[in-house]
Design a protein. Structure first.
Length: 130
């Protein structure tokens, strides 16, 4: 059996585990996965906003000169998108996914039954896990 270092459990008087201390230098990625899942799950029942509305609102507020623009993707970029590894699933969650874009995190839920993708969090890495 492999001994896991960098993890300490806090127990109550009866010896039951009630908390955990994690060495973030050794296991920071595990904490990120756990936190992503918690945030995403906590936002699951929030009201949805269609992507088209968000795009329109962003164009109006941030770049009024871009109003009416269309976003297109080149075939080679689509192939690169399709080639992304499948390991972006947030660990421990069956329907929650994460995309890391540099230091940014986008967390989303895929609901196959409704054919719906819900983005639940977009944050800089330094802020995503505070």
């Amino acid at each position: 059996m492999r001994i896991l270092t960098g993890i300490q459990f806090v127990t109550d008087q009866k010896g039951r585990k009630v908390a955990v201390q994690i060495d973030l230098k050794k296991h920071g990625a595990v904490l990120e996965d756990f936190w992503d899942g918690l945030i995403s799950e906590s936002r699951r029942k929030e009201k949805d906003i269609p992507l088209e509305k968000i795009k329109a609102d962003l164009i109006k507020t941030r770049s009024p000169s871009l109003s009416g623009y269309t976003v297109q993707v080149k075939p080679s970029a689509r192939k690169e998108l399709e080639a992304l590894p499948n390991n972006v699933l947030a660990r421990g969650y069956k329907d929650q996914w994460r995309v890391r874009i540099g230091d940014w995190r986008v967390i989303y839920i895929i609901d196959d039954g409704s054919k719906l993708i819900n983005v639940t969090r977009i944050a800089h890495r330094r802020e995503a896990y505070e």
